[in-house]
Design a binder for this molecule. Structure first.
Ligand SMILES: *[C@@H]1O[C@H](CO)[C@@H](O)[C@H](O)[C@H]1NC(C)=O
Ligand SMILES: *[C@@H]1O[C@H](CO)[C@@H](O)[C@H](O)[C@H]1NC(C)=O
Ligand SMILES: *[C@@H]1O[C@H](CO)[C@@H](O)[C@H](O)[C@H]1NC(C)=O
Ligand SMILES: *[C@@H]1O[C@H](CO)[C@@H](O)[C@H](O)[C@H]1NC(C)=O
Length: 524
């Protein structure tokens, strides 16, 4: 389903009936959708004829028909909302998506319905939803969300992490296909009595003022976004001129999640919102609600830190051989068992997979696969996925700390740093940068400046010498940069492209850039 009311109506209808739902992001291709249908075995599949992504129309029905054909499991019913809220422009070449054979039309089905006053009573452990998460590799995991624990966690975190109360308005610029959409667009705000603003489209279409316009219009009190969306806005509205045309006085706080909050994004938002709190918050599909954050701004905001553990969670930083590390030492950030309510305690039909993925590695802990450290003031700093720590001649370096410095360069939109194989040092960092359009020709000087910056800030130990400029970076639909694939691609190792990839074409472009780079280095 796209980000339209019908998506939320369908989810809430399931919850009311005590039926478990599994929302699949609209951008998946047929084989991935089929894989999920086959595993989840739904009685009913609900979809819409198309979604709108900026200037693009994504037709869903051909994908759905193909997926239903591919899947060995056949649902009893397929309901399609053949969109009547948007008129397609045939002059612009937009054609009405084909109907799904044998499907029931949403509008027909709901025409003469009367409101249902009853609701199903369920156990607190009843699965409200299953959310498949592919992470960045392999077969998707069906994260199971219970009903009771989740409700407790939602009521707690919407009030005490995000500082919201009944009557407030919350705008999460995410998609219901991800956990943030479930928690911050649907169940969290509605449970506490907030108004939830949902948005279908891109933050930079028709222009980079889209979010600010929504905030002014609906008097939004808190915004949640991914840093990648803000970087796109920053690129198109560098001085915040567009943003300054809107009244953002209703906004009390802005929350960033999904990836690390870099300081240039932080500073940009700070300026645009007139010094309102800008807060990082760290969680995952498994937790369903924030793990590390800044509860209601009750501790001073520390710009480069992720925050403090939320009540209910205790974190330890562990070395690869399960030793607890002290302050400022980078290791894997792990949750000391038990976890708090709401956290998934199973993978759908795969309890062994749950133990293997989360529990077996560090006895007594649940692993997050994220690396980071805590500082002397007890703030945690989440740096990157564990895979993104590289070993340069025996020195453990985080690619995230290099990225943090690169992205501060005024001519750069965003960047990715990966560890690539080096005969001499084992691994060395390799930077991919996206230059702002007006600086496309400044690559040489930017490269020199960046190498100098890293040498001065991290030290010669980083041996940061390799930088290329690319037009864009490969990302998942939720904005996570696919560093793992970049690394394998450069090292000529085999890799699996996750179904969540935003645009396959990017990989080809980057592969060509890698080859060009290797060739020119050979000739040096
Ligand atoms: C629903 O479909 C399943 C097979 O997918 C079938 O076994 C079951 O009888 C159907 N139920 C109804 C009510 O038609
Ligand atoms: C939600 O939290 C509020 C404030 O702590 C509390 O008064 C209320 O009872 C909670 N709601 C439920 C259903 O537990
Ligand atoms: C945050 O980190 C950046 C780069 O690592 C550094 O330049 C800046 O001074 C830091 N800010 C604070 C407030 O510590
Ligand atoms: C890091 O690389 C060195 C060789 O360059 C190797 O001896 C060492 O075991 C590696 N350390 C880790 C933690 O992988």
């Amino acid at each position: 389903m796209p980000m339209i009311n019908q998506a939320l109506i369908a989810m809430l209808a399931c919850a009311r009936l005590g039926a478990t739902h599994s929302v699949v992001f609209g951008g998946f291709a047929s084989p991935q959708l089929a894989q999920r249908i086959e595993h989840f075995k739904p009685k009913v599949v609900i979809s819409a004829s198309f979604g709108v992504e900026g200037h693009k129309i994504n037709c869903y029905t051909p994908l759905l028909s193909k997926a239903l054909e591919l899947s060995a499991h056949k649902p009893n019913h397929t309901v399609v909302y053949n969109r009547i809220d948007i008129k397609l422009d045939s002059k612009a070449g937009e054609v009405l998506p084909p109907r799904v054979e044998g499907s029931i039309d949403w509008s027909e089905l709901t025409k003469n319905l009367t409101p249902l006053r009853d609701y199903a009573l369920v156990d607190s452990t009843h699965p409200l939803y299953i959310l498949y998460t592919s992470g960045t590799t392999g077969m998707p995991k069906g994260v199971v969300r219970d009903t009771g624990g989740y409700t407790v966690a939602l009521n707690y975190s919407i009030r005490n992490c995000y500082g919201m109360k009944s009557g407030d308005t919350f705008f999460a610029g995410s998609d219901v296909g991800w956990v943030v959409g479930h928690t911050l667009s649907v169940y969290g705000p509605l449970f506490v009595g907030l108004t939830s603003i949902i948005f279908e489209g891109k933050p930079t279409v028709p222009d980079a003022g889209t979010y600010w316009k929504l905030i002014e219009k609906h008097r939004v009190n808190a915004l949640f976004s991914a840093p990648t969306a803000i970087r796109a806005i920053h690129r198109d509205d560098a001085d915040g001129k567009l943003a300054s045309q809107y009244d953002l006085s209703s906004l009390r706080s802005t929350w960033l999640g999904g990836e690390r909050l870099d300081s240039s994004t932080f500073n940009y938002l700070r300026k645009i919102t007139n010094n309102k709190p800008i807060l990082d918050n760290y969680w995952n599909t498994e937790s369903g609600t924030p793990l590390i954050s800044n509860p209601s701004c009750q501790v001073p905001i520390k710009p480069n830190a992720t925050g403090k553990p939320m009540p209910g969670y205790q974190f330890h930083v562990l070395s690869p051989n399960s030793e607890r590390l002290g302050a400022d030492k980078i290791g894997e950030v792990c949750i000391k068992l038990p976890v708090a309510p709401g956290f998934t305690n199973n993978l759908y039909l795969n309890p062994d997979g749950y133990k293997k993925a989360y529990l077996n590695e560090y006895p007594g802990y649940l692993r997050t696969a994220d690396s980071g450290y805590y500082d002397e003031n007890g703030y945690y700093h989440i740096i990157s996925r564990v895979d993104d720590i590289i070993n340069v001649s025996g020195h453990r370096l985080s690619t995230g700390s290099i990225e943090e410095i690169l992205v501060k360069h005024p001519k750069i939109v965003e960047c990715a740093v990966i560890g690539v194989h080096d005969d001499l040092k084992g691994e060395v960092p390799f930077g991919l940068i996206v230059l702002k359009p007006q600086y496309k020709d400044s690559y040489q000087e930017v490269e020199t400046e960046l190498i100098k910056e890293i040498r001065e800030n991290i030290g010669p130990v980083a041996t940061f010498k390799k930088v290329i400029s690319v037009n864009r970076l490969p990302k998942t639909r939720s904005g996570k940069i696919l560093r793992n694939i970049l690394r394998k691609m450069y090292n000529k190792e085999e890799y699996t492209v996750p179904p969540t990839i935003e645009d396959m074409e990017v990989l080809k472009e980057i592969d060509a850039e890698f080859e060009k780079f290797k060739l020119s280095n050979l000739n040096k």
